[in-house]
Design a protein around this ligand. Structure first.
Ligand code: SF4
Length: 321
């Protein structure tokens, strides 16, 4: 198989696109180091040493009507999280200032819930305005399902990228959430793009899905033209239906990242929530195709220290310009 991996890598470097059966073949390769190295070559060819840093602020926490099985913010689960209807703007702006000081490129305001209300958007507009005035951060948003009007409104507020994770492949998604559909998420991404926003969408791994499901998600994201792809590793949060799930072995995370890179060669494959569970091993993901990370705290779980992240990414040869 070593010879065929070399051919597949060469074909991707030459602009070829791999199909599902080739991705499944790669996933079955016993010498996984070869897959990781191939993905690293592809990352380097298309993205060089550039590394994308982003962060999020949970601006509305908990109390969500939806039933996403992984999520601590659903009102249907008994998780023990801090809940609030709107973040204290001063607290949000202090986080934004800290991220800006550390050279983070993008910052997203994130709200729990199926969709943000008009009054919530009004409040967020004030935070966005201050962030634009006081930092160099590029502004992103993640507010659940959009209508055309809400998408346009975000664009007017200065938001340039919209985040809506598909979470899982279209086939697996009904096992993750039953209160909204995968197709509604795709519709939101399309409305965001029509409003002039770039797209960020990925998923969560370790929810019980197979490698074939992950490959399908990577192919579906490619089909939608998504170039910023966050990969979250399930944090099994007490009180949620996925609380008892065993964490994925690091090798499986690395192979998943590598397959996302083979399928989406030019994109940003961004390691996001849950990475802290891997400890120092998480940094191996950046030798297997990943070239971006979410830094700072995640929605309901603490992250690693930014200083340590920046030191490590720099030592690995990445640059943040
Ligand atoms: S993922 Fe979003 S929509 Fe789903 S339960 Fe959590 S906050 Fe609600």
């Amino acid at each position: 198989m070593a010879e065929s991996i070399r051919h597949i890598v060469a074909s991707v470097l030459a602009g070829g696109r791999i199909d599902r059966s080739t991705a499944l073949l790669l996933a079955s390769e016993a010498d996984r180091q070869k897959i990781w190295e191939g993905a690293d070559r592809i990352r380097h060819h298309f993205n060089g040493a550039r590394f994308s840093l982003c962060s999020i602020i949970n601006t509305r926490s908990g109390g969500c009507s939806e039933d996403c099985r992984f999520c601590a913010q659903s009102a249907r689960h008994r998780s023990n999280i801090e809940e609030y209807a709107i973040v204290d703007p001063d607290r949000a702006l202090a986080v934004a200032a800290e991220m800006d000081r550390n050279g983070v490129h993008r910052l997203s305001l994130v709200t729990s819930g199926r969709s943000a209300s008009s009054s919530l958007l009004d409040r967020l507009a004030e935070i966005y305005r201050e962030m634009a005035r006081t930092t160099l951060l590029k502004l992103c948003g993640s507010m659940g399902l959009l209508t055309r009007d809400k998408a346009l409104r975000l664009r007017e507020m200065g938001v340039i990228r919209y985040h809506c994770n598909l979470e899982a492949s279209s086939r697996y998604f009904p096992r993750v959430c039953t209160t909204h559909t995968w197709e509604e998420k795709v519709e939101t991404l399309k409305l965001a793009r029509e409003a002039g926003l770039s797209l960020c969408s990925g998923g969560i791994i370790g929810m019980g899905e197979t490698m074939a499901d992950r490959i399908d998600l990577a192919l579906e994201l490619r089909e939608l033209g998504v170039r910023s792809i966050p990969i979250n590793i399930l944090t099994p949060i007490p009180g949620t239906p996925l609380a008892g799930h065993k964490p994925l072995p690091v090798e499986e995370v690395l192979t998943t990242i590598a397959l996302f890179r083979f399928i989406n060669p030019e994109g940003i494959i961004r390691l996001a929530g849950g990475r802290q569970q891997l400890g120092a091993e998480q940094y191996r993901c950046f030798t297997a195709g990943a070239n971006g990370a979410m830094v700072g705290n995640f929605l309901t779980t603490p992250g690693s220290s930014i200083e340590e992240d920046l030191r490590t990414f720099t030592a690995m040869g990445f640059s943040f310009a």
